[in-house]
Structures are given as structure tokens and as C-alpha cells.
Design a binder for this molecule. Structure first.
Ligand SMILES: NC(=O)c1ccc[n+]([C@@H]2O[C@H](COP(=O)([O-])OP(=O)(O)OC[C@H]3O[C@@H](n4cnc5c(N)ncnc54)[C@H](OP(=O)(O)O)[C@@H]3O)[C@@H](O)[C@H]2O)c1
Length: 319
């Protein structure tokens, strides 16, 4: 009787262990190249949560080289924009790399001078011409000014035509009105919101709002941007955590973004930075370290122009 009891208990423990292991495996996020986690967006499409930003690349040739360095290092997500003049460079790098197009996530953004029904559809075709990549994985309206409602209608047509897979809103954290307008007027809902977000401006309110609609947050200026002059890298808390892990402050900040659930697109043209930034999938910040970085939040942004200022700047930029 005792033997039977022992065997039953051992079998039960074995089963429980197996169940725990199964749920652990399923709780793990799916990963892609270089261990980059993939997020399933609200349209069912999977996007790598880490990529290369391409704002302020010094020239088209350097941008192409940066994209190639990134592809070699394992990056499979690129954040472009018509306004950054980075689309042709990425298109060339993809071809040179020989990596199949379907393995790469390509994001770009329409500038407000390209907004409007009938206008935007032509702008998307021109974008596809510049890219030479067949289709766009994620297309943003770059700024919430001008006829973004008309632009969205054409963007929806481009999705139905198979030219674009996913639609996103960039800088629609500017105010409630622009966010609500796009939510109310769209048939295909935004899947991703791009906004400035980093340890000093953690954007708690806007994150809650996005979450309510199942919108993934993607952070620009994840390292504070060039304008911050490395302010985040000098933070004593970040420096201490970096030393404890034998990592750089930039790696700790990017790891924090990943563990917060963000999609993150650090920009760099320095090849050493490009390679360093993706080496963040071999360590983990503890719950206490995450708490310490969360405590740095002071909602201090490094880009402080009002929507009115942005609007003035938008029309003066000729693409
Ligand atoms: N939707 C929008 O309106 C919007 C606005 C801004 C940005 N974005 C997107 O978001 C991306 C990220 O923003 P961002 O590039 O402006 O800012 P960021 O990623 O926060 O910072 C980029 C700056 O940090 C430097 N850097 C990168 N890695 C580093 C490292 N490991 N150690 C030290 N310094 C490092 C870069 O230097 P080097 O350049 O010298 O390599 C560059 O000066 C952009 O590239 C763009 O794709 C979108």
C-alpha cells in the first residue's frame, strides 16, 4: 500500500513538474534573429521589438553602411521615414545583404505634405519605388497635423492592395483630440504608436491609453536622443546597474525598454554602437533594478516643441 502511495505521489509530482515546465515555455515570448522578442500586434502580425533607427544618419552612403552593419549584427527591423532620407539606403542594404525580404521588418513614415485622399496613395507608390522592397511592413503618419484622416483612408487602401501590412500613428500623443480623431475615423485601427519614451520620460498616462486599444508602444529617443548629450548615460543609477552586469549604460537602458514591453529603435551611425546596442538579449535586469530605473521617471522630454511649432516646421520641410 505504502509503495503504491509513493508511486502515485511521484507520478503526480512528475506531472505537476511537466505542467509547470510547459507553462514556463509558453510564457516565454517568441524570439527571432539574435534573440529579439517578437510581439503579436492587434492585427495578428508579428513584429521584432528591437530595430535600428535612422534619424540623423550623416549621409545616404553612411546610412546604407549602418543598415548593412546592423543586418550583419542580427538586426531585422528598420525604422525609416521619407523625412530621414533613409529608404533608398535601406533598400540597397537589404539587396546587398542577401537576406530574404520576408525576414526583415521595414517601417517608414509619410510626411504631412503627402497627406490627403488621392495624394497619399501616390506617395506610398513613390515610397515603394524608393525602397525597392516590394511592400512595407509598418507605415506611420509621421505627424498629427494636416489631413491625416484623408491620408489614413489611402493607407487603408494600400493595406487592402497588399502594399502595406500594418498601420501606425507617430506623435499622436500630442493631445487627446488628434488621438481620438484617428481612433474614431479609422476602419483599420492603428497597431503601433511611436512616441518619445525613455527612463526620464516614461509616458505612463499615454501608455495606459494605448494599452486600452491594444496598441503597441514604440519608443523614439530611447537613449535620450542626440539632443540629450548623453544625460541618461551619466545617470548614477544606470551607471551602477551597468557596472553590476558588465554592460554599458546604453545596453542597460535598452534592456529596460525591452523588459517594459516596448518596441525600441535606437539610432546609431557609429558601427560600434550599432553592434553594442543589440547585445542585450544575454542578460536580464532584476525586478529591483527595473524598479530603480522606473523610479527615475520625471516626465522630462528632450523634444519640447509644441504641436503649433511642429506644424510650422512641417510645411517648411521640402522633401
Ligand atoms: N516619430 C518621430 O517623430 C521620431 C522622432 C525621433 C526619432 N525617431 C526614430 O527613433 C529612432 C531613435 O531615436 P534617435 O536616433 O533620435 O535617438 P536615440 O536612439 O535615443 O539616440 C541616438 C544617439 O545616441 C547615440 N548612441 C547610440 N548608441 C549609443 C551607444 N551605445 N553609446 C553611446 N551613444 C550611443 C547615437 O550616436 P551616433 O549617431 O554617433 O552613432 C546618437 O547620437 C530614430 O533614429 C528614428 O528612427 C522618430
Amino acid at each position: 500500500m505504502k509503495t503504491l502511495d509513493f508511486l502515485c505521489r511521484a507520478a503526480w509530482k512528475g506531472l505537476a513538474g511537466l505542467l509547470a515546465l510547459t507553462s514556463f515555455v509558453f510564457a516565454q515570448e517568441k524570439t527571432g534573429t539574435a534573440g529579439v522578442p517578437l510581439v503579436k500586434l492587434n492585427n495578428g502580425v508579428e513584429m521584432p521589438r528591437f530595430g535600428l533607427g535612422s534619424f540623423l544618419q550623416p549621409s545616404e552612403d553612411i546610412c546604407e553602411q549602418s543598415c548593412l552593419t546592423a543586418l550583419e549584427a542580427g538586426y531585422r527591423h528598420f525604422d525609416l521615414a521619407h523625412a530621414y532620407n533613409s529608404e533608398r539606403a535601406l533598400g540597397r542594404a537589404v539587396k546587398k545583404s542577401g537576406i530574404p525580404r520576408e525576414e526583415i521588418w521595414i517601417t517608414s513614415k509619410l510626411w504631412p505634405t503627402e497627406y490627403g485622399e488621392g495624394v497619399t496613395i501616390k506617395a506610398i507608390d513613390s515610397m515603394l519605388d524608393r525602397l525597392q522592397t516590394g511592400y512595407i511592413d509598418l507605415l506611420y503618419v509621421h505627424q498629427p497635423v494636416g489631413d491625416f484622416v484623408g491620408a489614413w483612408k489611402d493607407m487603408e487602401k494600400a493595406v487592402r492592395a497588399g502594399k502595406v501590412r500594418t498601420l501606425g500613428i507617430s506623435n499622436f500623443d500630442a493631445n487627446d483630440e488628434v488621438f481620438q480623431t484617428i481612433m474614431d475615423s479609422s476602419t483599420i485601427k492603428p497597431a503601433v504608436l511611436q512616441m518619445e519614451c525613455h527612463p526620464y520620460a516614461q509616458r505612463l498616462e499615454m501608455r495606459e491609453k494605448a494599452k486600452a486599444y491594444g496598441i503597441q508602444v514604440e519608443c523614439w529617443f530611447p537613449l535620450g536622443g542626440a539632443a540629450s548629450q548623453g544625460a541618461l548615460f551619466k545617470d548614477p543609477v544606470i551607471k551602477r546597474i551597468a557596472e553590476a552586469h558588465g554592460k554599458s549604460p546604453a545596453q542597460v537602458i535598452l534592456r529596460w525598454h525591452i523588459q517594459e514591453g516596448f518596441s525600441v529603435i535606437p539610432g546609431a551611425s557609429n558601427p560600434d554602437y550599432i553592434k553594442e546596442n543589440i547585445r542585450i538579449f544575454d542578460f536580464e535586469l532584476s525586478p529591483d533594478e527595473m524598479r530603480q530605473i522606473r523610479a527615475l521617471n520625471k516626465e522630462q522630454r528632450f523634444f519640447n516643441a509644441s504641436l503649433e511649432d511642429v506644424e510650422k516646421m512641417v510645411w517648411s520641410l521640402k522633401l
